[in-house]
Write a protein that binds this ligand. Structure first.
Ligand SMILES: Cc1cc2nc3c(=O)[nH]c(=O)nc-3n(C[C@H](O)[C@H](O)[C@H](O)COP(=O)(O)O)c2cc1C
Length: 354
């Protein structure tokens, strides 16, 4: 098995094991995809990635990280997204979408506009939700703790978004349960202090993720893979950790998750994370080995040999690249040359072959 072996999950085949990791572009107005998304995602399909995943797409408007996030909370969002998926597929790549809710980390400035909560008179909102009424950091708005009825409506927003994702032509759906956003906030004891069926014990803290996965899987066509992104650890004593991640995956396997995308961190501020080349890959390796599920490795994977090694040694079934693919949309094509594999230069670019 190597980086350029195709991978088939359910009925969908990716031409190689390279995926574009979801990356917010903070470039939407009212959640709509536009020319930026078309060119940004389209270029990475032209560049040879097997799976091109959108940034976090908000399942409801108040679930956006920033006012400029991509959204899929309305049927009106479908048309522009469909233009993007069509182009990605014509380039031979698979189009995926990450469905997300920011929870207590919503309504923040996009990175180049400032830090912290955006006030309402600048397009922000104060209707922020979470499992428990604990703000992310000092000075942030205190979120409202969801009641059980609201949790059921929230699950429905993921279902409706799944239906729209299919209508827009996406063939892979990833549920975002990482990085301190809403679903991760339920998982972690640091952010979930509920005393009802959705908090306390491991079984209760993980309940909402099981329910979202079950509901989404029911509405996603059988032929399409369902991915789940988790923070495999909070990197904090007393927080969510790799042992709980393994157990969660064991619970989710029978519910129809096909691949676990193994990220980490971001549940609370000021945590020291030992970043470095491939620093999260051991989580992918362990979850894959202990549960037998397919995994994706992500985090400072930048060299073709490094990515190939991860696949060859069975640490993951796919690699997801973030910043390296921002720097170079043609990374997969260059990697195919470096690894002496047949990449897929589009015919328009064949004269560029060495
Ligand atoms: C600009 C930017 C935006 C991001 N947005 C998202 C996102 O929408 N959803 C998500 O799960 N991760 C997001 N991430 C995290 C990346 O998907 C990836 O996990 C992280 O950057 C580590 O991989 P890398 O070292 O290859 O960049 C973002 C990262 C960057 C740099």
């Amino acid at each position: 098995m190597h980086l350029f072996d195709p991978i088939k999950i359910r009925d969908i085949t990716s031409r190689n094991r390279i995926a574009v990791s979801p990356m917010c572009q903070y470039s939407s107005v009212d959640g709509y995809a536009n020319d930026w998304h078309f060119v940004h995602l389209g270029s990475r399909a032209v560049g040879g990635a097997g799976l091109v995943m959108t940034e976090a797409a908000a399942v409801e408007a108040r679930g956006r990280i920033s006012p400029q996030d991509l959204g899929i909370w309305s049927d009106d969002h479908v048309e522009n997204l469909a233009r993007v998926t069509k182009f990605i597929q014509v380039q031979g790549a698979v189009a995926g979408i990450q469905l997300a809710h920011a929870g207590r980390k919503a309504s923040n400035y996009r990175p180049w506009d400032g830090v912290g909560t955006v006030p309402e008179d600048e397009g922000g909102w104060s209707d922020i939700i979470a499992p428990s009424a604990i703000p992310f950091s000092d000075g942030d708005l205190t979120p409202k703790a969801l009641d059980t009825e609201e949790i059921q409506s929230l699950i429905q927003t993921f279902v409706d978004a799944t239906r729209r994702a299919e209508a827009a032509g996406f063939q892979v759906v990833e549920i975002h349960a990482a990085h301190g956003y809403l679903l991760h906030e339920f998982l972690s004891p640091l952010t979930n202090q509920r005393t009802d069926d959705y908090g306390g014990s491991f079984l209760n803290r993980t309940r909402i993720v099981r329910e979202v996965v079950e509901a989404v899987r029911q509405h996603l066509p059988e032929r399409y893979p369902l991915f789940l992104r988790i923070s495999a650890t909070d990197w904090v004593e007393g927080g969510w950790d790799i042992e709980q991640s393994v157990e969660l995956v064991r619970q989710l396997q029978p519910l129809g998750i096909d691949l676990v995308d193994c990220s980490s961190g971001a549940i609370i501020p000021k945590v020291s994370v030992p970043t470095g080349a491939g620093y999260q890959t051991p989580f992918s390796e362990r979850i894959r080995r202990e549960t037998g599920i397919s995994t994706g490795a992500v985090g400072m994977i930048t060299a073709s040999q490094q990515a190939d090694h991860i696949i060859r040694t069975g640490q993951a079934d796919m690699v997801l690249l973030g910043r390296e693919l921002l720097r170079d949309p043609y990374w997969p094509l260059k990697a195919s040359i470096e690894l002496n594999q047949s990449g897929s230069l589009p015919p328009q670019y064949l004269r560029g072959k060495p």
